[in-house]
Design a protein around this ligand. Sequence first.
Ligand SMILES: [Fe+2]
Ligand SMILES: [Fe+2]
Length: 307
Amino acid sequence: MRIVHLSDIHVWRYTFNPLRILNKRAIGMAGLVLRRARKFRLERLRAVVDRVLSLDADHILITGDLTTTALTAEFRDARSALADLLVDPARATVIPGNHDRYTTGSVRRQHFETWFGDFGPSRTYPWLRPLDDHTAILGLDATRSHISATGRLPSDQLAAARALVEDADRHPERLIIACHYPVAAPPTYAAELDHKRMKNAPEVRSWLAGIGPHLFCCGHVHAAWAFVPPDVPNQLCLNAGAPLLRDRTGLRPPGFLEIVLHDRDVSVIHHAWSGTEWTMKPLWQDPQFFPPDAISAEVSQHVETGP
Ligand SMILES: [Fe+2]
Ligand SMILES: [Fe+2]
């Protein structure tokens, strides 16, 4: 199974009503959009979509921050620009990021759900979405409409997620958790995550440390990584980075992840735009990441259906 993981596209648009600029929050939003316009190269989005299409993935996973200030115009632009990746709702999963819940009005009017609600099994979280007989995505939403970029996984959502994962009949051999907020970051990015962290990450980490091997697909910090958090040694945390980022440092090449699952094996490749060409950097390879049950089930299936 081949999964393309994208995140933090951050479509932005100058669509400010002069009357609303009198509102203090709107001034903040205008400043944010101006900063994002310098930071994210929208003109690159078509090339990113074409690159993803060329991989012919079984599933596309987008882990939030499709927009900048959750305006209808931004959602409309994002939906339209990504249309070729979202032809079949059965083959695409989209969850929100904090920027997709930027204002209380956007939450009340369900902007995210209106434009991307078709790409998940439910509009309330958590949910478990099977991709095949062995693989499922657990969707979590730790976003909140809040002036700061911090998040929190609500306690009732955490309790429901525990129950979903503990249900032996539903627990897949290959579990992929999709959540905009990482619960840990590699040392290079720890300080950056700290000021916009999931507030109850310690509690969530202690739960995750006991659920067995899983992939944790996230974004929020605009840098691609694959790492195993020391507190959650059974987790492979995957951040897709930001595909349109104007990378002035050369340290955060903009792109996305290609995740290939085969039996117990996980391999992760970062596709990045160097400024002149696409590059492919292997980030992770583990032939025995998932438990032996996963391989035995698939092998027996191959034997049954083989020539
Ligand atoms: Fe972001
Ligand atoms: Fe974010």
